[in-house]
Write a protein that binds this ligand. Structure first.
Ligand SMILES: Cc1cc2nc3c(=O)[nH]c(=O)nc-3n(C[C@H](O)[C@H](O)[C@H](O)COP(=O)(O)OP(=O)(O)OC[C@H]3O[C@@H](n4cnc5c(N)ncnc54)[C@H](O)[C@@H]3O)c2cc1C
Length: 288
């Protein structure tokens, strides 16, 4: 069995202490959350941090709170907690729905929303979901807290807007307008359940059922979760019947630098992007 290279373990008692440790050890340090991406990477020696800064003992980083027109989710909140949250189910169906599709129960019991987005795995589910919900990501560093829009957070494959001495502390979701529906669909890898291709969709309908706003993000198909601008433009101002949604989602892979690998060719991922987008948008419209 593979084992990680030797490292020093630090259990931070506060966010400030964790940031101080990151500053002290620089590139030799990594934050540990649920460990379900970092520990496998360390066992394979793809990551070899000399210092692990564990966030697990910091109180006050795991919560789901409705406040000031938004729902705030602490970075260390696990997928299982999100899956069973009544307030998240009420406003953002795709969030509990999406996390319920992640890995298996053990992964969902340990994996955290902050860890998933900080990792920015191209095949992960949450980067697409938080972008589709246009979330604000609160990031704390030595100079205090800054807010990064989800659309600006994911820079590339395993690459985010986080600085090495910053920690994701909270993800904030604005409570949606009336008649907003959302859904997440994915073609899952049969073994890991990572997304070969997935789509997160949020639509708002006006009084007569016309789409007044659409937010559609494709994950798994390219190096990072990416907004499908052409699909969104083709939905707004229309009634979301099957023919309209099928025509709009034919553009789902437009502009994506598609990935091809053992799980699916570029052509297959392009085709599946359209299929997952069509299903997610129709489900979101049905819920709106
Ligand atoms: C068998 C298996 C199946 C899986 N299937 C899926 C799947 O279907 N879909 C899916 O999306 N994922 C899947 N995953 C990945 C899982 O969701 C991970 O939990 C997630 O990617 C990382 O979250 P974590 O809390 O475990 O973070 P960790 O592994 O602890 O950390 C991941 C990275 O993020 C950094 N980090 C963590 N928290 C923070 C923070 N608050 N601020 C700044 N940096 C931080 C760490 O330093 C590290 O670089 C699977 C994992 C396994 C082992």
């Amino acid at each position: 069995m593979s084992v990680p290279a030797a490292f020093d373990y630090h259990s931070a008692k506060s966010v400030d202490e964790a940031i101080a440790l990151l500053q002290q050890y620089g590139d030799d340090a990594k934050v540990l959350a649920g460990g379900h991406s970092l520990i496998p990477s360390m066992k394979l020696r793809l990551a070899q941090p000399a210092h692990l800064v564990d966030l697990g003992k910091i109180s006050g980083l795991s919560y789901i709170r409705e406040e000031s027109g938004a729902v705030a989710v602490g970075a260390m909140t696990t997928y299982t907690t999100i899956e069973h949250s009544d307030v998240l189910r009420r406003y953002f169906a795709l969030l509990p729905e999406g996390v319920a599709m992640i890995g298996d129960q053990q992964v969902r019991n340990r994996g955290t929303i902050g860890g998933s987005i900080a990792h920015s795995d191209p095949a992960a589910d949450l980067p697409g979901i938080v972008q589709a919900l246009r979330a604000d990501i609160l990031v704390q560093g030595p100079n205090g807290v800054r807010t990064v829009k989800a659309d600006d957070f994911f820079m590339g494959m395993f690459e985010t807007a986080l600085q090495p001495d910053e920690i994701v502390t909270e993800i904030r979701f604005a409570i949606p307008a009336a008649r907003t529906g959302s859904a997440y669909m994915k073609l899952a890898n049969k073994a890991s359940h990572y997304a070969v291709t997935g789509c997160a969709a949020v639509v708002t309908l006006d009084g007569d059922g016309t789409c007044s706003s659409a937010s559609v993000v494709i994950t798994g198909a390219s190096e990072k979760a990416t907004r499908a601008n052409a699909v969104e433009a083709a939905l707004v101002g229309k009634k979301l019947d099957e023919a309209t949604v099928a025509a709009a989602t034919a553009h789902a892979a437009d502009g994506l630098a598609l990935l091809g690998d053992i799980h699916g060719s570029r052509e297959y991922r392009a085709q599946m992007s359209a299929v997952m987008a069509r299903r997610a948008i129709l489900k979101a419209a049905e819920r709106a």
